[in-house]
Design a protein around this ligand. Sequence first.
Ligand code: GLN
Length: 485
Amino acid sequence: MEDKTLIELKTKIQNKEISSYELTKFFLNRIKKIDPKLNAFITVTENDSLKKAKKIDSEIAKGNINPLSGIPIAQKDIFCTKGIRTTCGSKMLEDFISPYDATVVEKLDKAGMIIIGKTNMDEFAMGSSNETSYFGDVKNPWNLNCVPGGSSGGSAASVAARLIPCSTGTDTGGSIRQPASLTGICGIKPTYGRVSRYGMIAFASSLDQAGIFTRTAKDCAILLSHISGYDVKDSTSSKKEVPDYYKECTKKFEKMKIGIPEEFLDGLDSKVAEVFTESINIFKSNGCEIKKISLKNSKLGVSAYQVVAPAECSSNLSRFDGVRYGFRANDVKDIDELYKKSRSQGFGDEVKRRILIGTYALSTGYYDAYYLKAQKIRTIISKEFQNAFKEVDVIIGPTAPDCAFKLGEKLNDPIAMYLSDIFTVSTNLAGLPAISIPMGFKNKLPLGLQIIGNHFDESKILSLSNHYQNLTDWHMQKPDMLGET
Ligand code: GLN
């Protein structure tokens, strides 16, 4: 059962071959058995999800069925969930119970899905290894000594270990694609504005975007159609019509022109390069034209990102002051001390580092030198992508420079950690959609292939992903968590 895709489970429920209760119970049992090894979940909502499953079963019996009725999903703990604790991986929100649902949560609920729990993540989504969580590290199901990537490490690990067929994530600089790459699953970050950010705890508002983890491109497509669309509660959400991504990505494959930026191959690890070259050859011999392109400013992406993202986070996180909600320090003599102590004790080291960098970059005298310059680089990077898309339909490359690294390996070297995002941050700076799909292995650890599209070209990147998955079986490989294989 754990190997079934979302589409297969949907058919099983609709044909009444399995009840939602049985399905939910099945995944809850798997979480109970396996998650102690992974720590992918911060909260498991056993009672609530079983109650909801029963309710949905009785609705189905009456003939009231929604497109994804009765299928369980895990929500990254950055999405506000009414009545369920939402921690964002931080001590600051350890006991926070949201009074409302995020739009993504509401939409999946309307589609009939059941929240099974909230997944572990880097604190406030800052990290590339899921080691900055207040709730402990998440382990990579392929090798428990390795990181699953971050910040959506729990969402990725839970899908890779088949604890759940699908989960949500957020991607500010790579937090969906990089963990998807490191755990051997699919993860899509849509165009900025495609999905509402309402109720998604803000890290860097001009970069944050919600997305999906599944094991196949087709499943990604189905869920993406459900979470996309304009939302009055998010003025940056797009009014552009939402296509039926499943239909779009499964129709007859049309020849595509694929761009490969030479900069992505510069100094690339030799095994990653070998695996990537095999993927290029698959596309070449199956209806695609390959074109070398240049994105020479993409190497400035991480530097620009590490100014823009901290600047925005320093502003967004000012709301956590110990007064309104969240953690409040004891033993304070006045309001200044309340702010200071609550923030010092409530935030972890990485979050503090970002707030300090951001505040510095925005302060008088440094604004022009850092923030303004970073914004100019952002514009240059966006324009470079636009020029590339005049010549090619999509751009491909490895998602991450390497396979999963060891827990602790980069924790004390923030620059090395930030460089894990070297291939992913530029697309956030430019607001472009991108997906990571499995493309092979290095040292028995998965490697991801990134496909980047132009704004609102989700259908194209999903279609190419589906084409690739019809030709390969990398996405079918699974980690042996219970000695099952
Ligand atoms: N790893 C990047 C960071 O640490 C991106 C995080 C994200 O996409 N949320 O900022």
